[in-house]
Design a protein around this ligand. Structure first.
Ligand SMILES: [Zn+2]
Length: 648
């Protein structure tokens, strides 16, 4: 064999070498061509892409309450940039920017000197400030209109509304959920320029107008929301509680009138932490710790978090027992203060026992053994059937992102002890929203509603372009059971543990709860109350949770009076007239003040008038002239009633 390369192989090698050399030479030519010959052209192409299409942000749609009062709006702002190639006098540009925008000289100089097509100097500049720059008309400075999200009521319904990021996209709340409808479509500014990117149109720019987003009308009633928030804040302060929530819903439609969580945050400064302790140490926290703290502040705990409902859940156990006909109102039970279940002794809250009592009395007493017996008669399977029917194992479908679902034992693991504790609202967790939805079904004739905030979309011209529809038709219990439950729960308020909600002129139904938080050894509580009115035809249902009240912590003492206070104010406001009994009419102070007409009056006049009549005053809006009032002129109210005015 011949081991030297053959002529053939040598020729092949030479061939490849030649090809590679030609290839490299070709590449060098190509690169030079691109750099030398095409350089200007390519530079200009990039230039065009960046500057010819200056985007104009669309107006994001507003968010309104149910009566058209704005909850989220836009303020006109501007974005100021420089176009490097158009600058004629660099110093003039820098000085104007420093002066008008109140910026540091060095910072502006760096940006102005940067050789890029378009350099953003400052965004979200107030319109008046931006107009000053426009008037100067300095070559190289461009001022584009933009819009800034603005929440006129700051903290109001902050967890519900949510807020937007730098580019106006929703971050949390309904700002996210309805982003696709609210955001609109950006427009463009096209500037004709020559090969070097210089403006050749003499400043004439072609505009393609942005399409504004649609407006969202919500079910929130700002007056009801305000009452709920104030009442909640007051009780949390008074009880030095950690946090709290109030939900107020129309039980027939699922429309949320108010959803309040405290502590809350300012929607106009959503990244500013509100907790005073955290504020002090803010800069020492890691980025992750800061983000966690912000996320915690933004949590809508009435839908994002679960809790053990405790005794308010007895309304579900009662309903299931009545619907399955394992119990009647007259059935008798006996409570020695505990029940022995399997090998466990499970206590009633009244250690001495309630003795012999009917089922109705058992509900009024909120007696645990009665509910353990009812659950025992139902059995785990039927009990779980109702857990499912009431939707505790699923999301309610509310139009706010991040909803949690109930956490409960696998039915296979439910023995007598688990069932007994579940009967009075322990050993499983649900969200407050799930509970109020179940409560609504119990009192509205048996229909499971879809809690929701969004009602309709309105376009720029004010025409309704879409009405959101929700499923409210699924009947899960009979009307008969619902009727009985309403009257039982009315008795709870008129005679039982909820008597602190009694309100002259109105029939109110409800149930209190005092849940001991886990671990039980900490002795921390959640006081709560679920209530509805009028009891014979419920128009509103409310749920309040007070988390870790200090001192007295019973739901009936702490939570029920708050709902009473809210109902006292919102029922007349919602057009639900009081019907006093003869006995109630003889009580002092009922219906002895005539509401005056304060429309078009000044704030100071109204303040004085309210003081003289013994009315408390609630001022909404900003300005000095009254545009709306509630109650309406001529209505008869009692002293101390709140007069709400909207000023502009
Ligand atoms: Zn008892």
């Amino acid at each position: 064999m011949n081991h030297k390369p053959s002529i053939m192989i040598k020729r092949r090698l030479l061939f490849f070498l030649t090809v590679i050399t030609i290839g490299i030479i070709g590449l060098i030519f190509r690169i030079s061509y691109i750099q030398i010959i095409q350089g200007d052209y390519l530079k200009n192409l990039a230039w065009e892409q960046q500057t010819r299409d200056r985007l104009i942000a669309p107006q994001r749609g507003s968010i309104y309450d149910r009566n058209g009062i704005p909850l989220a709006q836009n303020a006109s702002v501007a974005t100021v940039s420089v176009i490097h190639n158009q600058i004629q006098d660099k110093e003039e540009v820098i000085e104007a920017l420093v002066d008008v925008l109140d910026l540091e000289y060095e910072e502006v100089k760096q940006k102005v000197e940067r050789v890029v097509a378009l350099e953003r100097i400052k965004s979200r500049v107030d319109k008046e400030v931006a107009d000053k720059l426009r008037e100067k008309n300095i070559p190289g400075i461009v001022v584009d209109e933009d819009s800034k999200r603005y929440y006129p009521h700051r903290n109001l319904a902050s967890h519900v509304l949510g807020f937007v990021g730098k580019d106006n996209q929703g971050i949390i709340g309904i700002e996210v959920k309805y982003d696709e409808y609210l955001r609109g479509i950006p427009g463009k500014i096209v500037t004709e320029s020559d090969a070097k990117g210089r403006d050749i149109s003499g400043g004439i720019q072609k505009r393609i107008e942005p399409l504004p987003g649609n407006h969202l009308v919500t079910s929130i009633d700002i007056v009801v929301q305000q009452y709920a928030e104030q009442a909640l804040e007051k009780v949390l302060q008074g009880k030095e509680a950690k946090k709290g929530s109030i939900l107020i819903m129309n039980p027939k439609t699922g429309e949320i009138l108010a959803m309040a969580n405290k502590p809350d945050f300012d929607l106009n400064e959503p990244f500013r932490i509100q907790d005073p302790t955290l504020q002090v140490n803010w800069n020492q926290l890691s980025q992750k710790e800061q983000m966690d703290a912000l996320n915690q502040m933004w949590r809508n705990f009435s839908i994002n978090d679960t809790y053990e409902p405790g005794s308010t859940f007895k309304i579900v156990t009662s309903t299931a027992g009545l619907e399955e006909k394992v119990v009647t109102l007259e059935d008798t039970f006996s409570c020695p203060g505990y029940r022995i279940v399997a090998d466990r002794r499970i206590r009633c809250h009244k250690t001495g026992g309630h003795g012999t009592e009917t089922f109705l009395e058992g509900v009024l007493n909120s007696c645990n053994p009665v509910f353990m017996d009812v659950a025992d008669r139902l059995g785990a399977e039927a009990f779980y059937k109702y857990m499912k029917l009431f939707g505790f194992d699923e999301k309610t479908g509310i139009d706010i992102p991040g909803e949690a679902v109930g956490i409960m034992h696998d039915i296979k693991k439910v023995g007598p002890v688990e069932l007994a504790t579940m009967s009075f609202g322990q050993s499983f967790q649900i969200t407050p929203l799930q509970l109020i939805r179940a409560g609504a079904a119990i009192v509205n004739g048996g229909y499971l509603v879809t809690p929701h905030i969004g009602r309709e979309l309105v376009n720029e011209e004010g025409n309704i372009i879409k009405i959101f529809e929700y499923d409210n038709k699924k009947q899960i219990i009979s009307k008969e059971t619902s009727d009985i439950m309403r009257s039982i729960l009315e008795s709870v308020v008129s005679e039982g543990t909820g008597h602190r909600t009694y309100l002259p002129g109105y029939k109110i139904g409800g149930k209190t709860a005092t849940s001991e938080k886990l671990p039980r050894s900490n002795h921390k509580y959640i006081a709560s109350f679920i209530g509805f009115a009028p009891a014979d035809d419920p128009q509103v249902i409310a749920l309040i949770l007070i988390d870790e009240p200090v001192g007295i912590y019973y739901g009936g003492t702490v939570a029920a009076p708050v709902v009473k206070e809210i109902f006292e104010n919102i029922l007349p406001y919602l057009g639900i007239e009081p019907k006093y009994t003869d006995q109630e009419l003889t009580l002092e102070g009922v219906g002895d003040v005539d509401i005056p007409n304060v429309l078009q009056k000044s704030l100071s006049e109204v303040r004085q008038e309210a003081r003289e009549l013994g009315l408390t005053l609630e001022v909404l809006g900003e300005g000095n002239i009254v545009k709306e009032q509630f109650p309406l002129p001529g209505e008869k109210v009692s002293k101390g009633t709140k007069l709400i005015i909207y000023i502009e």
